[in-house]
Design a binder for this molecule. Structure first.
Ligand code: FAD
Length: 412
């Protein structure tokens, strides 16, 4: 049997591509090397799946770090509202949380996968699990089919490569698609971690392991110049720092990593230095006779007090009545500029998203079709695109998946 479309990879991009082509009457097969679909999708948003973002197209453009312009047509063709409508029409109730992040009301990523699975079935897509594709058959710059890992040939007129990046490889995203694309003549921009936790040199960071700060401002500084800045939540870990604000700033840094790189964390971003000094004075005044180390937790998380006193070199046993103006200023300065030194990024496999991938110059942004091989399409994280946290990366997968599927159908 010959298919109209063969989709490689059963992640969000591949599933959406197959659903769309199937709905248009294309005889479609979805191949997935795992024994189930959407293994990575299931762990997104800590199992809750931040499926998209409720922001407008401009917000999307601001939040895409690499090649936002390239994604304009796909995001326009199938935007967040259409995705939400599709999911809700299949019984997945959605809610919008802080930062316009959209989640299923059930907080279960599995509900999204089930809805996509029902759509695949409804649109008569053949699903072939445990089937890794190892080759694409190309003749005279036209696609003819694919070869599976057990050397079976699946014939088809069109192929979508939606095999993801190469991080969290345990989910199946092992970078196979880069080889397939390269064999077809495409340039691969070197894969790099995007949205990645950071290892930090300061040893005291370990002592704060597990501490989460809800609202910080992080600045990356090279030779006194701020090169990137992000606000939001941050988490201390055994190796350094993580959390949404850290992951987001890492994406800017990984593109042009410069050393030495210092980070400054403002743990009171809503107060100016003057307002913080005022609060500090009030705290000191109402706690006369006590040691500084026993009152600072009024202003900063208790576990951070020893660290702040160590960095400012203010005697932690000092009675609050004896704190000098200079010492107060030092405390304020450090609370708003906690200094951290970047050791390195965590390995690529730990990245939430793989940056780099199939270069965009050889992909038509209006169709997702290869400019080199007729009938070959790309969708999702395999392309050299990446965005901040907030649901943007999944929307990119769904939008490029949709555009590849509809384009393949239109040019049938
Ligand atoms: C821990 C974690 C949490 C995340 N949370 C969010 C979030 O909440 N919101 C958000 O927007 N983004 C999130 N992301 C990012 C998001 O999951 C990815 O950007 C998205 O899954 C990419 O979709 P994709 O379909 O392109 O690739 P993938 O989801 O990686 O799917 C690719 C599929 O292709 C299959 N495959 C690979 N090679 C072959 C082959 N040779 N033959 C057949 N099949 C193959 C793989 O097994 C895999 O199933 C998260 C990522 C991680 C790791």
């Amino acid at each position: 049997m010959k298919y109209d479309l063969i989709v490689i990879g059963g992640g969000p991009a591949g599933m959406m591509s197959a659903i769309t082509a199937g709905a248009e009457g294309m005889r479609t097969i979805l191949t997935e090397k795992n024994n189930k679909l959407g293994k990575k999708l299931r762990i997104t948003g800590k199992g809750r799946c931040n499926v998209t973002n409720y922001g407008d197209l401009e917000d999307f453009q601001r939040s895409i770090i690499t090649n936002g312009k390239f994604l304009y047509s796909s995001l326009y063709a199938f935007d967040n509202l259409r995705l939400m409508e599709l999911l809700e029409s299949r019984g997945v109730k959605l809610k919008v949380e802080q930062g316009n992040r959209v989640f299923p009301v059930s907080d279960r990523a599995g509900d999204i996968i089930d809805a996509l699975f029902r759509l695949l079935r409804q649109n008569k897509v053949d699903i072939r699990l445990n089937t890794a594709i190892q080759n694409i058959l190309i003749e005279d710059n036209h696609v003819h089919g694919v070869v599976t890992c057990d050397n079976n040939v699946i014939k088809g007129d069109k192929v979508v490569i939606a095999s993801g990046g190469m991080s969290w490889q345990q989910t199946g995203s092992t970078g196979d698609g880069y080889k397939l694309a390269k064999d077809a003549g495409h340039e691969i921009v070197k894969p790099r971690p995007a949205l990645i936790p950071l290892e930090i040199k300061e040893p005291w960071v370990k002592d704060l392991q597990g501490l989460s700060l809800n609202n910080v401002n992080i600045r990356a500084v090279v030779e006194k110049r701020v090169i990137a800045e992000q606000s939001g939540e941050m988490l201390f870990t055994h190796f350094g720092i993580s959390g949404p604000a850290v992951l987001s700033i890492s994406s800017y840094l990984s593109k042009t990593l410069q050393h030495p790189l210092n980070l400054q964390v403002d743990i009171k971003p809503d107060l100016s230095a003057g307002e913080l000094d005022h609060s500090l004075q009030e705290t000191l005044n109402k706690n006369k006779g006590k040691s500084l180390k026993n009152v600072l937790h009024d202003l900063v998380p208790r576990r951070m007090v020893p660290v702040i006193l160590q960095i400012t070199k203010v005697d932690d046993n000092k009675k609050v009545d004896r704190v000098s103006r200079q010492e107060r200023e030092r405390l304020v300065h450090i609370i708003k500029n906690i200094p951290l030194t970047l050791k390195k990024m965590r390995p690529l496999n730990e990245a939430i998203v793989t940056g780099g991938g199939v270069g965009i110059k050889e992909i038509n942004p209006s169709t997702m079709e290869s400019k080199i091989v007729k009938g070959l399409y790309f969708a999702g994280e395999i392309i050299d695109v990446d965005a901040l946290t907030g649901g943007y990366n999944l929307q990119i997968a769904f939008s490029t998946g949709y555009l590849s599927g509809i384009s393949a159908a239109v040019s049938k």
